[in-house]
Design a binder for this molecule. Structure first.
Ligand SMILES: Nc1ncnc2c1ncn2[C@@H]1O[C@H](COP(=O)(O)OP(=O)(O)OP(=O)(O)O)[C@@H](O)[C@H]1O
Ligand SMILES: [Mg+2]
Length: 172
């Protein structure tokens, strides 16, 4: 589908996290905006911090206890204080396998869904979602790039005070 220059969903917003605490703080700020049906599509290389980000987000919405990587279980459900939290890691799945799991009930459920390695299943993600890419730029430093799909998520990025940049560098 052709999308022209004025398509707002192409805007990218960036945060340079200097350390882990900074990533945790960003996850906390994002958690304050979360509502039922929020979908966070997280990508980044092995060890970039996807699970660490998910843990911080979960803690911020009041999930008690340990949030582990769901690499083998694919999906874990948690009860947060304000919202349920659905944590997925689709690293081991193909798009076809993921399609058969019926993930829509999570995406459109009462909670927040956070998907690690989300780009693998991009075609079956809901059209409105926030892509978050983590890239290691040093020992503890991470470039966090957000690509909002839909005006609601774009307004989140603006409210979070992220730096808006040209679209180059984060194509989904
Ligand atoms: N700024 C930072 N943000 C996030 N994690 C950081 C940061 N600095 C250091 N870390 C560390 O980097 C590691 C990230 O591991 P994590 O399991 O979150 O990566 P991942 O992206 O989920 O990897 P995988 O693809 O293997 O699941 C953790 O040990 C975390 O403590
Ligand atoms: Mg992980």
């Amino acid at each position: 589908m052709h999308r022209n220059q004025s398509d707002d969903s192409r805007n990218i917003f960036v945060l340079e996290a200097e350390n882990e605490e900074h990533t945790v703080a960003f996850a906390g700020a994002l958690a304050k905006l979360a509502v039922p049906g929020t979908v966070l599509a997280v990508d980044g290389d092995l060890g970039a911090g996807k699970t660490r980000f998910a843990q911080a987000f979960a803690a911020a919405i009041g999930v008690r206890g340990i949030v582990n990587s769901p690499t083998y279980t694919i999906i874990k459900e948690y009860e947060g204080a304000s919202l349920p939290f659905y944590h997925m890691d689709v690293y081991r799945l193909t798009l076809e396998e993921a399609d058969e799991l019926g993930l829509d009930e999570y995406f459109h459920g009462d909670g927040v869904t956070l998907v690690e390695w989300a780009s693998i299943i991009a075609p079956i993600l809901p059209p409105e979602r926030l892509h978050i890419r983590l890239e290691a730029t040093g020992g503890q430093s991470r470039k966090i790039s957000c690509l909002p799909m839909g005006i609601e998520y774009e307004s989140w990025c603006r409210r979070l005070g992220l730096q808006q940049v040209e679209e180059e560098g984060l194509r989904q």
